[in-house]
Design a protein around this ligand. Structure first.
Ligand code: SAM
Length: 331
């Protein structure tokens, strides 16, 4: 159920608009042509509440928060403007747009897909139908790699990064933006994702240090790197039909499907250790419960000098990172 809104009447009905109610002092003697009836313009608070009720009825999670986000999009406002303008009338230009966005959400199109952008690690990334919508959990991978970089002294030198399955480029571009001396390569099997990543790199000012290449990670066999990062597809094939429609119908299947047990791409990534420079790290995002098998897969091929598992903000292990033992360190 939605929480009560202070702007609602006690009986739960929405109040009539305060902005449009006009009571004529006396009725005109004759009205030759009746003016068309216009729906009263609601206040911002009323519009949020009405949208939230529709979203709730449509099975959208957290409908009040979603309604506020939608209204901010419709009005072209920052989220805080919803609060400061809550008693004002909804701008007329936003009324029709609000209706369109709510209708799209009721068709389970994610808001990020409707607006075509996603905030990730403090920057704005453009999405395309060929890119995964980057998730906040993936910021844990970026944060972990930056910790490793600071600890290992990679930040002061021209570190080389490989991002396997780059999608929108959000991981590689965020790292390059935070590491001014680093260079990087992003590969993806999708030409459309590569085009989106190139555009994001250009808009975010790291294009001169970023190369993107359409390639199948199962056959990519070039270069050596200080850091190899990946958020590979990791949903078990049989679980895809049960995902929310926002994911199942709007993220590319190639970005989701990790094979029968979800671990196919980690088996491929294990062989990428040989592309690491001495002292280099391989860091990957993992799905729920996948950390133990992924650690087994990544460490099966040889000695490991260091390993890390890092939880996301919800407390789930989200990142597994390993530093293979260079031959000079072997006992
Ligand atoms: C889970 S998405 C991650 C996208 C992006 N790195 C992110 O975190 O938002 C996985 C990506 O791997 C790509 N991919 C799937 N199979 C691939 C393959 N065989 N070779 C290279 N990339 C692949 C998909 O196209 C998708 O962009």
């Amino acid at each position: 159920m939605l929480p009560p809104d202070p702007d609602d009447r006690e009986d739960g009905a929405l109040q009539p608009s305060r902005t449009n109610s006009v009571v004529p002092a006396e009725a005109p003697a004759a009205v030759p042509i009746a003016a068309p009836e216009r729906a009263p313009i609601p206040t911002v608070a009323e519009a949020v509440r009405a949208a939230a009720l529709r979203l709730e009825a449509g099975g959208i999670a957290d409908p009040m928060a979603e309604a506020r986000r939608i209204l901010a999009v419709a009005a072209g406002w920052r989220p805080i403007d919803i609060v400061t303008n809550s008693r004002a009338g909804l701008p007329e230009a936003a009324v029709e747009r609000l209706e369109c966005v709510v209708a799209e959400r009721l068709r389970r199109v994610p808001l990020t897909r409707i607006v075509g952008i996603r905030e990730f690690y403090g920057r704005t990334f453009a999405l395309s139908p060929d890119t995964l919508d980057p998730r906040p959990e993936t910021e844990t991978l970026v944060e972990t790699v930056l910790d490793i970089v600071r600890r290992s002294g990679f930040d002061g030198r021209s570190c080389r990064i490989l991002d396997v399955g780059t999608g929108s480029g959000c991981i590689l571009i965020s790292l390059l933006a935070e590491m001014p001396a680093a260079t990087g390569t992003g590969i993806d099997i999708s030409d459309g994702a590569i085009a989106a990543a190139q555009e994001n790199a250009a808009r975010l000012g790291v294009a001169p240090r970023a190369g993107f290449e359409a390639a199948d990670m199962r056959h990519f066999d070039r270069g050596s790197f200080d850091l190899i990062v990946s958020n590979p597809p990791y949903i078990p094939t049989g679980d895809i039909a049960g995902l929310d429609p926002e994911v199942r119908c709007h993220d590319p299947i190639a970005a989701l499907d990790g094979g029968a047990d979800g671990l196919d791409f980690y088996r491929v990534l294990a062989s990428y250790s040989k592309r690491l420079e001495p002292g280099g790290w391989l860091a990957v995002e993992v799905g729920a419960g996948q950390a133990p098998p992924v650690l087994d897969i990544l460490t099966a091929g040889g000695r490991v000098a260091e390993r890390l598992t890092v939880p996301d903000l919800a407390g789930h292990i989200r990142v597994v990172a390993v530093r293979p033992q260079p031959s000079s360190e072997a006992s």
